[in-house]
Design a protein around this ligand. Structure first.
Ligand code: GAR
Length: 201
């Protein structure tokens, strides 16, 4: 079976990138990461990529460019790798159509909350706070396609509930959510690769 080629886009720690790397190395995911792209040089995920021998690119937005220009240049970089899928694993910039339209049905985003809840930044912290305020009883994780500029919005590929307990600190909840997303992201990429193979057979 041909390996799916991935470009993984990150902005931070890269623990989800690491989960993908580990799954590939353990031969649990028939994929190859062609490149890791970060919008900031501070992202620790770049170090993880280097340690795994994966090429990295830092593409920061210049002050003189608008979002569309930046996204068009970003798309050009990603296109050189001809990815089957572009994985947004903690990519914290909102993408415009000048990026998105270059990869129809091929951009997969991970968000640490259930569909329709806590879009944007600090989702886990906001869920923890909402639980303290008795507004929610649980949270979750989702993986979805990115069809347009909606933030953390799009056809859901997978979702999983994450429990919250009365004694949880924010750190406890963060650990539980991250553990869940590491598994769900890898599982969902795997499922999507297999489904795409089947559809193309
Ligand atoms: C993850 O929790 C991911 O779901 C979240 O950023 C974190 C990145 O962690 N993404 C979003 O909040 C998107 N709105 P990582 O760098 O350790 O993989």
């Amino acid at each position: 079976m041909k390996k799916a080629s991935l470009v993984v886009m990150i902005s931070g720690n890269g623990s989800n990138l690491q989960a993908i790397i580990d799954a590939i190395q353990a031969k649990n995911l028939p994929a190859e990461i062609k490149a890791v792209i970060s919008n900031t040089r501070e992202a620790y995920g770049l170090e993880r990529a280097k340690q795994a021998g994966i090429p990295t690119t830092i593409k920061a937005k210049r002050k003189d460019q608008d979002r569309e220009q930046y996204d068009a240049e970003l798309a050009d970089i990603v296109k050189t790798h001809q990815p089957d899928f572009v994985i947004l694993a903690g990519w914290m910039r909102i993408l415009t159509m000048s990026f998105i339209s270059a990869f129809p049905n091929r951009i997969i985003n991970l968000h640490p909350a259930l569909p329709g809840t806590f879009p944007g930044v600090h989702a886990i912290e906001r869920a923890w706070q909402a639980y303290q305020n008795k507004e929610i009883s649980h949270t979750g994780v989702m993986v979805h396609l990115v069809p347009d500029e909606g933030v953390d919005l799009g056809p859901v590929l997978a979702q999983k509930v994450v429990d919250i307990y009365p004694k949880d600190t924010l750190e406890d909840l963060e650990k539980r959510v991250h553990h869940c997303e590491h598994e769900l992201l890898v599982e969902t990429i795997h499922k999507t690769i297999l489904q795409t193979e089947e559809n193309n057979a």
